[in-house]
Design a protein. Sequence first.
Length: 61
Amino acid sequence: MQSITRKALKWSALFILICLSLTCYAMGNASGAIILVALGFVLEGVFWLFGHKLLTRKKIP
């Protein structure tokens, strides 16, 4: 049961990261703030690194 909860929290964190990066992209493009676009790039990078780690984890029998 604890494993299911832990996995759900990780997927929720990934979803929040991608939503934050998209929000930063949208706000940065609308206002012309380069900092927000750069923050969007950083958040997207964290999303892909964290997501790859979550999906390619070795299964222990």
